[in-house]
Ligand binder design. Sequence first.
Ligand code: PLP
Length: 438
Amino acid sequence: MASSSSSSAVDYSSFLSDLAKSRKENPIRGLLHLELEPGLLSLLAGKPNPTTFPITSISFKARNPLSADGLEEDEYTLSTAEVSTALQYNFVAGVVPLVEWVLKLQAFEHKRKLDPAWTVTIGSGGQDLIYKAFSALVNPGDPVLVEAPVYAGVIPIFESMGSPPIEIETDADGVDPASLRAALAAWPSDKPRPKVLYTVPYGNNPSGATTTTERRKEILALASEYNFIILEDDPYYYLYFGSAPRPPSYFSLDTEGRVLRFDSLSKVLAAGLRLAFVTGPLPIIRAMNLHTASANLQANSTTQVIAHAVLSKWGIKGLQAHTSGVSTFYRAKRDVFQKAMERHLTGLARWSVPQAGMFFWFELVLPPGGDSKELIETKAFKAGVLALPGQVFYPGGRKTSFVRASFSLLDEDQVNEALRRLAVVIREEWGGNPPTVQ
Ligand SMILES: Cc1ncc(COP(=O)(O)O)c(C=O)c1O
């Protein structure tokens, strides 16, 4: 398996945005680590005196995935030291034991040697880190390569930066390398070249696709050939439930330091913790940390300490047991949804079956010229079903008859009822006579 090399061929200074290069160390945050020196008396930070904080203890319960049925609850009571860390300001990159835990997890999970060339930092959710990565790498107005359809949460980032998204086509196997190559090969020589490709490689939001290993390798080769960084936004990695082994991550295949990988605890521990981590080349992570130091100082200390208490008790084995339970849960939800799709939408929609994540992406069979926007936003809504029309996932707002449905929450009866209602609306588009199934 590939492992990183500490002497990277990549010149990161040519990747950093002007804004990233102009950022200066926060004069206090940059010195905070010195407080760890034994015997030093610190008059440095304006840390509030914790004796004035009303919270004096933090206890909670969490299910233990390594218990016989995985449901046994452990009681956690944070130590005095953990409580004071949880309630106080902390380092920009995160609370040290959590950062160290995450480093080891990434090295193990993605088969990468611990190496000073790459590091991790904790953020307030993946969204926070993705925004900071774009800001660190892209100058306003610079083009960015994005898979299409793309996670709708990143579209406002490109829009606010005035950065034209270059839509790369995808299918059920993920990003299409031929589309990527065509865009890069035809790039006009007088225009700045795109420096990043944004992609969600497992259980894509919205398309549900998991990119095949062959394609990942081809895309990495293109990154090397055309000199760009892959932003691997991967909140659904642990929600892989396909029957074939999970393909390796871009980060695990990367030998040149061309991947910035985003993991999130939102789908595996709790979305409200607002915790995620980014893993990748040191110069890029450092630039993102400078952004954090001037934007929000750090991710929440309290939730970092809570997450660390749980993860360190479980160990990597416990995390694997837990996430395997989570993915099994979503596989069952996927199966229910798939069955209901077959029952209600056969002949009225076309789809591929997702192997990870929580989304079904399907194309409505509509009369010529029809698209899903009005049908979903108005007619389906009136009929009592809420979903998202595909158009919101295309930066250019292209007309499409695709729809994204999330299968994470509804139970079997509710799924059947939702798709039954949708089927009625689609049939009405055909005046009650949809084409017969071949
Ligand atoms: C592809 C993708 N990226 C990022 C996020 C943001 O997640 P969070 O900020 O909760 O980590 C989401 C949330 O649904 C997502 O689907």
